[in-house]
Every structure is written in C-alpha cells, then in structure tokens.
Design a protein around this ligand. Structure first.
Ligand code: PXP
Length: 241
C-alpha cells in the first residue's frame, strides 16, 4: 500500500524573514533541509500581497528542489501566468482574501466556475497536477470532479480548532471521513490540511483514504524547539498508516 505523504509548507519561514526585511531565515534552505529530512513535497503559497513567499523564492526553490513543489495560488490571471511559466509539479488552488490572517475556508467552486475550469484545463495541459482546496462537502467534491481536478484538499481548520480547544470533534471528523470516502469513490485523490498539529494529525491519520497531509504553521513553529528534521520525522511517523 502507498504510504501517506507529507507536504511541508514553508511559508512561515518567509514570514519570519520578512518581519525584519533581512535575507534570513532562508525559505530555500528550509525547503532543502525538509527534502533531506523526508518531506514528500514542499508547499509555498504565493499570495497576491506577497506577505510571505515572494516571486524570487518561487524561482529559487523551483530550480533547486528535487521533490515536487506544490504551489498554492488564488484563481487569478496573474497567478495563472506565474504557474504556467514556472510549471510546478503540483498546484493547489485556494481562496484568498487580502485581509485574512490565513486561508479561512475552502473554495466557493460556484463562484467563477468557468474561469476555474479554464484554469484547471490550462494547468493540467502544462503538466501540473491540480488540486482544489475545499470544505468537506459532497457537493464540492462532485463539482471538483466536474471541473476536472485530479485532487482535492479538505480544509481541516474546523476540526483542528475543536481539537485545540478541547471541544467535541467527532461530528466534524465524521464529515471529513464521509468526504474522503466519497472523494475516493468518484476517483479523486484526497488530501487534507490547515491548522494541523501533532494531536490533530494523529486523529485524522486514522481516516483511510487521505493520500497527503499538508502542514505548515505548527510544523515551522515547533521546529524552533525541536528542529526542522526532527519535526518532519515526528509528523511522518504520526501520519504513517
Ligand atoms: N493546505 C492549504 C491549501 C493551505 O492554504 C494551508 C495554509 O497556507 C495549509 C495547507 C497549511 O496550513 P497550516 O499552515 O495551518 O498548517
């Protein structure tokens, strides 16, 4: 059986760098250490406002990385152009609001549906694997399939919030479980991510059918205490089924 994959999101290495306007800590260095430590892919989100990852990070990481680069982008013409030019192995289309602290929810697939369809077509034709970041809802999975995405990534922010705050999470877990099952049934590769910690990753790793977890904020934060290689190894062990 194929093992569950870990995508390491290094956006917040760039957040720390940008806080002081220096050239360190260097996201490329983090990407290469993550690669060496067993990450299966590296995720970066090039936001419209460039608040963390900047175009030059994308260029350098794209050039040096051997494992797949997963580029998160909003569904805009600017990002389509950048994605087509850089041709990362993986692309995840995410919603983006300028004022949000982080990606707060999944995509509204009905909004700009025709544009999304065109985007997916062009990116796939350019040989990037395309994933859509969605809520664990059957109607969104159905629509993702109709739009011809190969993968979906289920937004796990809600369950992570419940777990972090010691609130009941079984109902949300069941919702994710059902979404994963349905996604696999209709031929989508299902991933999960957002807000994951050691504890919530362990809970979600029990769900059969999640092929990939994408983890960033907690992982980079925890690395301050235990180091990036150790943190990646710990997450790999947790998500191993
Ligand atoms: N997956 C997607 C699609 C995301 O947008 C993000 C956040 O950028 C993550 C995973 C990682 O979330 P976190 O940084 O909370 O681990």
């Amino acid at each position: 059986m194929q093992k569950t994959k870990l995508g390491v999101n290094i956006d917040h290495v760039a957040t720390v760098r940008n806080a002081r306007g220096e050239s360190y800590p260097n996201p490329l260095k983090a990407a290469l250490i993550a690669e060496k430590s067993g990450a299966d892919s590296i995720t970066i989100h090039l936001r419209e406002d460039r608040r963390h990852i900047i175009d030059n990070d994308l260029k350098l990481i794209r050039k040096k990385l051997k494992i797949p680069l997963n580029l998160e982008i909003a569904a805009t013409n600017e990002m389509l152009k950048i994605a087509l030019k850089n041709r990362p192995r993986f692309i995840c289309i995410v919603p983006e609001k300028r004022e949000e602290l982080t990606t707060e929810g999944g995509l509204n697939l009905n909004y700009k549906k025709n544009f999304l369809k065109k985007l997916i077509y062009k990116l796939r034709k350019n040989k990037s694997r395309v994933s859509l970041f969605i809520e664990p809802k059957k109607k969104d999975l159905k629509l993702a399939k109709l739009l011809n995405a190969e993968c979906v990534e289920i937004h796990t922010g809600k369950i992570c919030f419940l777990v972090n705050n010691n609130k009941p999470f079984k109902k949300e877990l069941r919702k994710i479980q059902d979404a994963v099952e349905y996604g696999n049934k209709i031929g989508l590769e299902v991933h999960a991510g957002h807000g994951l910690t050691f504890k919530s990753a362990k809970i979600l790793s029990k769900i059969k059918g999640i092929k990939e977890f994408n983890i960033g904020h907690f992982l980079i934060g925890e690395s301050i205490f235990i180091g990036l290689p150790n943190c990646i190894k710990k997450f790999k062990k947790i998500i191993k089924r």
